[in-house]
Design a protein around this ligand. Structure first.
Ligand SMILES: Cc1cc2nc3c(=O)[nH]c(=O)nc-3n(C[C@H](O)[C@H](O)[C@H](O)COP(=O)(O)OP(=O)(O)OC[C@H]3O[C@@H](n4cnc5c(N)ncnc54)[C@H](O)[C@@H]3O)c2cc1C
Ligand SMILES: NC(=O)c1ccc[n+]([C@@H]2O[C@H](COP(=O)([O-])OP(=O)(O)OC[C@H]3O[C@@H](n4cnc5c(N)ncnc54)[C@H](O)[C@@H]3O)[C@@H](O)[C@H]2O)c1
Length: 480
């Protein structure tokens, strides 16, 4: 919808400065709109300040520690040629030789998040976006009201984009205190590594933190309410991750719900549904998120919410109120930074009367940053086995890949799914180190509807993990 019949630059107000909001603001400014962005915490949103950036930076340290710990198998010993006779040792490196200085790790990751936030702020300001720091609400479908340090400001707009994100859900019987019982936004205040960390919830967030703190050296217990970790993810990936967890000493308590978490003198005790008590030094609660949609005037302005409090949107990010759009986690469509940004871009294209392609979740590439990583795109094997999609599936274990053997990183596999009959690549899963990077080639194949032969006939470097991508595709060749 073109907002201004007189073709003057429309004014777009964006509520929330996470990936949904800042991407929308940047694209709108680039297209010539007047843009005001309202944010109460910091540019980049939770994605940059508390969620994606800090967690992935923590995981970078954890991954390196895991690699160093495994260095003995590659022939690395402590003590270089210049070391004293006493220091020089032919002992293999063990976990006891390493420790994570959590204060330094957390300082680094919080600093990095602040810098990233500042870079985003500066980038938007340079594009001419007016940034208002304060807590905003929808006054009506054409205006925001913002409580700033200076007072209340009313911002009139031709269109509003609501991108307010979500916050961690707490269990009524496990209120985070920021010291021993923590949510993922609070855990970066720890100055020492938790001795025994209990992670409640085995969705992507819980699995990533369980993996990360295990790599950093904590004793980890993962409380999983389901049969297996990572419900909804690739079954082979989840099962292999459980095996790796077992080998690395992560205790997974499956089919266990945490009923309550309490502080004890020196730590915490988690009571499970069957009355079993699990003790630890700290507890990290990862039981999902709640959208930040309460009390900000949405329903009063005609914006319908779902039962879970998410904003109802259509494929072009429109809400039920004229000229009000929504993007990101507050819509509950798919909680990924990349999807939030895409929803924001689509909203702007629609507002500005630009070419709009409705949101397509079928091609979203995503990655679970456990060690090893699990990346996926397109249809799943479950879609095929359940009969929803007619496809062929080939899985190649990394155990047979020469490069993986050389690097001693053989936990993982490549899975490609092609459409039955035609051989078009329609889905893939990559599990292994750097899966988040390897998946791109297959995401490109899915997006561009490439044939398995296109992937198979592309030269891969020898030796490389991507050689297994080509090999898996070769095995899906349709012989005419
Ligand atoms: C631990 C964790 C790790 C994750 N890792 C990844 C990952 O690796 N990759 C990935 O793609 N996704 C990841 N996600 C998901 C990702 O963080 C979200 O999908 C993404 O942040 C959504 O962006 P958003 O713009 O919708 O919301 P947010 O990033 O939450 O931003 C919303 C912003 O709105 C502001 N706001 C809210 N209400 C108001 C108000 N009334 N007034 C003013 N401002 C307001 C908030 O302060 C916030 O800054 C992770 C999530 C978690 C919890
Ligand atoms: N790498 C990434 O891209 C990344 C990382 C983290 C999160 N995310 C996004 O965030 C979304 C949400 O993930 P999440 O893991 O935060 O939430 P989630 O809702 O997917 O998982 C929470 C889990 O906690 C369990 N649970 C709830 N109450 C419990 C209790 N009392 N005891 C034990 N378990 C309990 C639930 O059954 C569920 O499995 C993901 O689907 C993903 O889109 C992405």
């Amino acid at each position: 919808m073109t907002m201004n019949p007189d073709f003057a630059a429309p004014h777009i107000a964006v509520l929330g400065g996470g990936p949904g909001g800042y991407e929308a603001a940047a694209v709108a400014a680039a297209l010539g709109a007047q843009v005001t962005l309202v944010e109460r915490a910091g540019l980049g949103g939770s994605a940059v300040l508390t969620d994606v950036v800090p967690s992935k930076t923590l995981i970078a340290t954890s991954d390196l520690m895991t690699r160093v710990e495994e260095a003995a198998a590659l022939g690395i010993r402590l003590g270089g040629p210049g070391a004293s006779a006493q220091a020089a040792s032919d002992q293999p490196i063990t976990r006891d030789d390493l420790h994570a200085d959590l204060r330094v790790v957390n300082e680094r990751l919080l600093g990095l998040a602040r810098q990233q936030s500042e870079d985003i702020r500066a980038g938007l300001a340079a594009q001419g976006v007016r940034i208002v720091m304060g807590s905003g609400r929808l006054a009506d479908s054409g205006a925001l009201e913002v409580a700033t340090a200076e007072g209340t400001e009313r911002i009139e707009a031709d269109a509003v984009i609501v991108a307010v994100g979500a916050h961690p859900r707490a269990l009524p019987t496990a209120r985070p205190d920021g010291e021993r019982i923590l949510n993922w936004a609070q855990i970066y205040s720890l100055e020492e590594l938790p001795e025994e960390l209990i992670v409640v919830g085995s969705g992507v967030t819980g699995a990533e933190f369980a993996s990360a703190y295990n790599g950093l050296g904590s004793k980890v217990t993962l409380i999983s309410s389901r049969d297996r970790v990572l419900p909804g993810s690739d079954t082979d990936g989840a099962e292999l991750l459980e095996k790796v967890f077992e080998r690395r000493g992560v205790r997974v308590l499956s089919r266990s719900r945490a009923e309550a978490v309490e502080r004890t003198e020196g730590g915490v005790v988690v009571t499970l549904g069957d009355g079993t008590q699990v003790t630890g030094s700290h507890c990290l609660v990862c039981v999902g998120s709640i959208p930040n949609t309460a009390g900000i005037g949405l329903e009063e302005a005609g914006v319908a919410l779902t039962e879970s409090g998410h904003v109802k949107v259509d494929g072009v990010s429109r809400t039920t109120a004229t000229n009000v759009y929504a993007a990101g986690d507050c819509t509950g469509v798919l909680a990924l930074a990349s999807v939030a940004a895409m929803q924001g871009r689509i909203a702007v294209a629609h507002i500005m009367g630009d070419h709009v392609t409705p949101l397509n979740l079928g091609h979203v590439a995503s990655n679970i940053f456990t060690s090893p990583e699990i990346a996926s795109v397109g249809v799943s094997e479950d879609d095929v086995t359940s009969g929803r999609i007619a496809g062929d599936v080939v899985t190649l274990r990394l155990k047979s890949n020469a490069r993986a053997k050389m690097r001693n990183t053989t936990d993982g596999f490549i899975k490609i799914i092609s459409r039955k009959g035609s051989g078009t690549v329609i889905g893939a899963v990559v599990m292994g180190s750097n899966a988040s990077e390897l998946i791109f080639a297959l995401a490109l194949a899915v997006e561009q509807k490439l044939h398995v032969d296109d992937v198979a006939n592309t030269y891969a470097v020898y030796p490389s993990l991507s050689g297994s991508l080509a090999e898996a595709a070769r095995r899906l060749h349709v012989h005419l």
